[in-house]
Design a protein around this ligand. Structure first.
Ligand SMILES: [Zn+2]
Length: 416
């Protein structure tokens, strides 16, 4: 074959992959839809559309679902994505938990698991547990989706070298330089995505959640730590080395307490689950009364959790309300800075502290009114994450889903 011929073949397969992706994207957004309508929307000719659709049906990504007789002309067969095209596994290693879901190709959860962990368990034990859970998830998903695992995503609470699937630094886990992709590849012979948990959560909210239809989105996640991510024109903004969105480590008080990152007075030292607990414990030590300090029938004072604090606040408990108000104020001051710098149209608030949104967000709105430039302020809204604590898992699934839609043939070649 001549050199020119090889280049031409490459171009043709690239064009075909792009066209397959165009069809898949239309089906994601506009299904059920006929071949004729696909041709009309995409501008591809009917013969090409028909050939692309045949290939996607053979790959089990799409299927025919019935006939439309509405409108002019002949009745035509409608197409949609096949929910059982395969399943996707998405996992999250948190500071004190491991979560995992298995979903079909329509994003329906078919298996899920959550368990708490202790950082003292050590890295190897937590990774061994993660791999064991992948086995459980695969066993539970076999009956569904042609027994075809399409891809795996893993979100982690730290800085990730995205291209190499490597966790560089997770301050709250005290992990450094872990090549997670190699750990997973030893067991899973499919496309694997490793990313920061907030990046995945932000993408999940954009693809399937509270930020659907918004192009300039800021995602803030508050829990054990404080993280975030930026969606810019529909894509994650990663910065030059991939670490954009580390909002939690903005210095808010140069003389503040030392952060797990080594800096002093980071935003994360003012807004986190442990600071919320500390405010409440301090109130107790000062002699305040609250149902949060009352013994239960075992004579024990239950340990604090965000749901318990929210319940106390809902019943009007001053200790809980004051602590949440302080956290909300510091959350709002930081968000005000970001609104001035990034001018987003939507801020999505997730992580476990988002369970207290009804108490935190009014304080955030107040600080935005006070501190953000009014033109930036007017353009933005703050909403609670749609997927709550599952945002990272749903986001991981969404990242793999989008990869498959954008490169269906290329990714299928990686699936053994
Ligand atoms: Zn820090």
């Amino acid at each position: 074959m001549s050199k020119r011929g090889r280049v031409r073949t490459g171009d043709q397969s690239l064009v075909r992959e792009i066209n397959l992706s165009v069809i898949m994207n239309q089906l994601r957004q506009n299904a059920p839809i006929s071949r004729a309508a696909l041709a009309e929307i995409t501008g591809l000719n009917k013969t090409t559309v028909s050939s692309l659709v045949t290939e996607l049906i053979e790959q089990h990504f799409i299927h025919e679902i019935g006939i439309t007789s509405s409108g002019m002309g002949r009745p035509s067969v409608l197409l949609e994505m096949s929910p059982d095209a395969g399943y996707i596994l998405a996992a999250e290693i948190g500071v004190d938990f491991i979560s995992m879901i298995s979903t079909d190709f329509s994003a329906k959860i078919i298996w899920q698991h959550h368990e708490t962990t202790q950082p003292t368990q050590g890295q190897q034990a937590i990774l061994d547990r993660l791999l064991a859970l992948f086995d459980e998830a695969i066993a539970a998903s076999r009956e569904c989706c042609e027994d075809r695992l399409l891809g795996v995503a893993l979100g982690v609470p730290g800085l990730v070298d995205y291209d190499n699937g490597m966790l560089l630094f997770a301050p709250n886990l005290h992990w450094e330089n872990v090549i997670l992709r190699d750990v997973l590849m030893a067991k899973l012979n499919v496309p694997i995505v490793i990313d920061n948990e907030a990046n995945m959560a932000a993408f999940g909210e954009y693809y399937l959640g509270a930020a659907k239809g918004h192009e300039e989105v800021l995602y803030i996640s508050a829990g054990v730590g404080l993280g975030g991510a930026i969606v810019k024109q529909g894509q994650l903004y990663r910065g030059i080395t991939g670490f954009a969105g580390e909002f939690g480590h903005m210095t808010m008080n140069p003389d503040g307490r030392v952060c797990n990152c080594g800096n002093q007075g980071c935003w994360e030292t003012l807004v986190s689950q442990s600071i919320l607990f500390e405010y409440i414990q301090n109130s107790g030590e000062r002699g305040a009364t609250s149902p949060l300090f009352e013994q239960n029938h075992d004579g024990q004072v239950p340990s604090l959790s965000v749901p318990i604090i929210v319940e106390a606040a809902q019943s009007g408990d001053e200790v809980a309300l004051e602590a949440l108000n302080r956290i909300g104020r510091d959350l709002g001051i930081g968000i005000g800075l970001l609104v001035n710098v990034l001018n987003p149209d939507l801020i999505v608030f997730g992580g476990i502290l988002s369970l207290a949104s009804e108490f935190l967000l009014p304080a955030v709105e107040l600080e935005l009114d006070r501190r953000a430039l009014r033109w930036n302020r007017a353009a933005t809204r703050v909403v609670r994450a749609h997927h709550g604590q599952d945002a990272c898992l749903i986001g991981g699934m969404a990242v793999v889903h989008q990869m498959l839609i954008n490169q269906p043939t290329k990714l299928l070649q990686q699936i053994a």
